[in-house]
Design a protein. Structure first.
Length: 214
C-alpha cells in the first residue's frame, strides 16, 4: 500500500495525473499491477493527505487547484512553516545545519537569470522541505504533503513570475539567517510573513476574478 501510494503521489506531484483528473480504479489497477484492495487503501491515504477526493461509484479525483482550495492550503502552510522555522532555529543554535538551505537559495538565484521556472520551483520546494526537516518534529514533518501540494501540484495556478521569485529569494535568505542565528521568534515571524504574502496575492486574484465575473 505504501509503495502504491508513493507512486500515485509522485505522479500527482509531477502532473502526470493533473489537477481535476479522475483516477479510475480499474485503470490504475492495470497500470500499476496491483489488486483493488491495496489500491483502495492507497487512495484513502492520499485522500487523508488532501491530494485526491474519493467518491463512491465514481473513483478518485485529483484535487482541483482553484483559488479557494489554494487559500485554505496556504493558511495551513503559514502555521506549519512558521512553527518549522522556529523549531529549526532552536535546533540549530551554533549554525551547523544551514548549508542545505544556503544551497537551495543559490539554485534559486541561478534560476532567475535566465528565468527557469521549473528549476526555481524545484529549489523552492527543496528550501521549504529542508526547513521542515530541520524542525526535528515528526508531526511537523508529517505535514510535508501540504507543502508539496501547494508548491508543485498547484504551481500552474500560482503562476510564479520572476519578480515574485526575486522577492521570495530575499525572504528565504532572511529566514535562513534567522535560523542560523538561532533566533526562533524571528524565524517564525519571517516564515509566516513569507507565506502570508502569497495569501495576500491569492486574495487579490480572487477579488479580481469576482469583479471580472460581475
Amino acid at each position: 500500500m505504501d509503495e502504491t501510494a508513493a507512486i500515485i503521489r509522485e505522479r500527482i506531484y509531477t502532473h502526470r495525473y493533473p489537477t481535476g483528473s479522475w483516477l479510475r480504479q480499474e485503470h490504475l489497477s492495470a497500470e500499476l499491477g496491483v489488486s483493488r484492495t491495496p489500491l483502495r487503501e492507497a487512495l484513502r491515504v492520499l485522500e487523508q493527505e488532501g491530494l485526491v477526493k474519493v467518491t463512491a461509484g465514481q473513483g478518485a479525483q485529483v484535487i482541483t487547484g482553484d483559488l479557494d482550495t489554494l487559500l485554505d492550503a496556504y493558511q495551513l502552510r503559514a502555521v506549519v512553516d512558521g512553527l518549522a522555522a522556529r523549531l529549526a532555529a532552536e535546533n540549530n543554535r551554533g549554525g551547523g545545519l544551514i548549508r542545505h538551505l544556503r544551497r537551495a537559495i543559490e539554485v534559486q538565484r541561478a534560476a532567475v537569470e535566465p528565468w527557469t521556472p521549473r528549476d526555481y520551483t524545484d529549489s523552492n520546494v527543496d528550501f521549504h522541505e529542508h526547513v521542515v526537516h530541520l524542525s526535528g518534529n515528526d508531526f511537523v514533518i508529517g505535514q510535508l504533503p501540504i507543502l508539496r501540494m501547494t508548491a508543485q501540484v498547484f504551481a500552474p495556478v500560482a503562476l510564479v513570475r520572476p519578480e515574485s521569485a526575486i522577492r521570495a529569494i530575499a525572504e528565504h535568505t532572511a529566514i535562513a539567517d534567522a535560523i542560523e542565528a538561532g533566533d526562533g521568534q524571528a524565524a517564525e515571524r519571517l516564515a509566516r510573513a513569507h507565506i502570508e504574502a502569497t495569501i495576500t496575492e491569492l486574495k487579490q486574484k480572487k477579488t479580481s476574478a469576482a469583479e471580472d465575473a460581475s
